[in-house]
Design a protein around this ligand. Structure first.
Ligand SMILES: *Cc1c(COP(=O)(O)O)cnc(C)c1O
Length: 373
C-alpha cells in the first residue's frame, strides 16, 4: 500500500536518537535549546519568543492561556480545521465560533471572520491549508480594526514565506507542528512563536507544570532542585530525544522543500485538464507544501477512495468539518456553504518528501483508471 504520509528518516535520525540514549539525559535539555535555535535561524525569528513544546495542540493551548481567554469568551476559527484547534479552545473553557473558507484556497474567508465577530470575540485562529496561505494582510487589518489578537496555525506552512517573510512573523502567535506526519517530524512536537520576546520565561514555566525552573539550567542537561510555583502549567515540554530528531530533520530543509515542490508540480501537470479532477495548481515558489489534495465530484469521492485502496493506494480526507462532530455541533457558526461543498469533494493523495516517482505515477494511473470506468 502506498501510504498518504511517510516520514523521511535515515541514518542521521538514527544516530541522533542513539546519541541521546548514550548521553542518558532524556527529558528537557540541551537539544531542546538547539532545536529552538534551529527553528529561530531557519525562519529569521530572532526578535520573537520561540518555545518548543510537546505538540502543536499544546502550543495552541498555551497561546490561548497567554491571551487569558476563558469561559464566556469566543474564539473564531474555520470549521475546516484540525480537531486539535477546536479542543484547545474547549480546554480553556471558551466557545468555538465557526467561520467559512474560500473556494480557491480552502483558507479562512476573512469576510466570514468579520461577520462572526461579537462583543465576546477574544481571539481568531487562522490556518494555512496545504500549499495555500491565508490572506494574512486582510486578517491583520481585521485584527487591528477590532483589536482582536490572531493565533496563526502554521502546522502546514512551516518554512513557507508570505510576501517574502517566513511564516511566523504575521501575527501575535504562531504554532508549528512537528508531529509524526508533518513535513518535518520530532516524533511529536510543536513550537509556539510569540511576537512578544519577553514572554519566553512565562512560556517556559507554563510548559513545565508551572515550575519556576530557569530554562537556562535545563538547557545544560541539568536541573534545579528548588524552585517556586506561582501559576498554572502543564507537562508540555519537548524532550531531548524529540528535539534531536527534529534537528536532523531541519538539516534536510532544502531537499524536503524542493522535492515536495516538485511532486506537487508533477501531480498538477498529470491531472491538467482532467474532466473530474481539480488540482490546487498553486505557485509553489515560496511554499513548503505539507500535503497534496485534489477535488473530485462529491458523488464519486468515497467510491474513488475505496477503489484506490483496493488497488494499493491509500487516499485520505483532510478533514471532516468541526461542526459535523457531536461535541462541537452546538457551536455558533456562519453559513458554511463552501466548507460543506469542499469537505465532500476533497481527497488527499500520497505525498512524501523525496517521493518515489514510480509511486507517484501509480497514484495517478489508479485515479485515472477509476474515472475511465
Ligand atoms: C497537525 C495539525 C495540528 C495539531 O498538531 P499536533 O502537533 O499534532 O498537536 C493542528 N492544526 C493543523 C492544521 C494540523 O495539521
Amino acid at each position: 500500500m502506498i501510504p498518504v504520509f511517510k516520514p523521511l528518516l535515515g541514518d542521521a535520525e538514527k544516530q541522533a536518537a542513539a546519541e541521546v540514549l548514550e548521553i542518558g539525559w532524556l527529558g528537557m535539555g540541551a537539544n531542546v535549546q538547539k532545536f529552538e535555535a534551529a527553528v529561530r535561524d531557519r525562519c529569521d525569528l530572532h526578535l520573537r519568543s520561540v518555545v518548543a513544546v510537546a505538540t502543536g495542540h499544546a502550543a495552541l493551548h498555551l497561546a490561548l492561556l497567554q491571551l487569558k481567554i476563558g469561559p464566556g469568551d469566543e474564539v473564531i476559527t474555520p470549521s475546516f480545521n484540525n480537531v486539535a484547534d477546536f479542543q484547545a479552545i474547549k480546554a480553556v473553557g471558551a466557545e468555538i465560533v465557526f467561520s467559512d473558507i474560500l473556494d480557491e484556497t480552502l483558507c479562512v474567508d476573512p469576510d466570514s471572520i468579520e461577520r462572526m465577530i461579537s462583543e465576546r470575540t477574544k481571539a481568531i485562529i487562522v490556518m494555512d491549508y496545504d500549499c495555500f496561505l491565508c490572506d494574512h494582510t486582510r486578517i491583520q487589518e481585521i485584527s487591528g480594526k477590532y483589536n482582536i489578537p490572531v493565533i496563526h496555525d502554521a502546522a502546514h506552512s512551516f518554512g513557507s514565506k508570505y510576501n517574502g517573510k517566513y511564516v511566523g512573523h504575521q501575527h501575535a502567535f504562531t504554532m508549528y507542528s512537528f508531529d509524526p506526519v508533518k513535513s518535518f517530524t520530532c516524533l511529536d512536537g510543536g513550537v509556539l512563536v510569540s511576537a512578544d520576546k519577553t514572554l519566553e520565561p512565562s512560556l517556559h514555566r507554563a510548559r513545565l507544570v508551572g515550575m519556576g525552573q530557569p530554562a537556562s539550567i535545563m538547557y545544560g542537561n541539568s536541573r534545579a532542585w528548588t524552585y517556586g510555583v506561582e501559576e498554572l502549567g502543564f507537562r508540555y515540554h519537548m524532550s531531548n530525544m524529540h528535539a534531536a530528531i527534529g534537528i536532523s530533520q531541519l538539516e534536510k530543509f532544502d531537499i524536503i522543500q524542493s522535492s515536495r515542490q516538485q511532486s506537487c508540480k508533477l501531480y498538477d501537470s498529470a491531472f491538467l485538464g482532467h474532466k473530474y479532477v481539480r488540482t490546487p495548481n498553486a505557485n509553489y515558489d515560496d511554499i513548503l507544501p505539507f500535503l497534496y489534495y485534489i477535488r473530485v465530484p462529491a458523488h464519486h469521492r468515497d467510491d474513488l477512495i475505496h477503489y484506490a485502496r483496493a488497488e494499493g493506494v491509500d487516499l485520505g480526507i483532510h478533514w471532516q468539518p468541526g461542526h459535523s462532530f457531536g461535541y462541537f455541533e452546538e457551536c455558533k457558526r456562519d453559513d458554511l456553504k463552501i466548507t460543506e461543498k469542499v469537505v465532500s469533494e476533497i481527497v488527499s493523495l500520497p505525498f512524501h518528501s523525496c517521493m518515489d516517482l514510480k509511486d507517484q505515477e501509480r497514484v495517478v494511473s489508479v485515479i485515472d483508471s477509476f474515472f475511465k470506468n
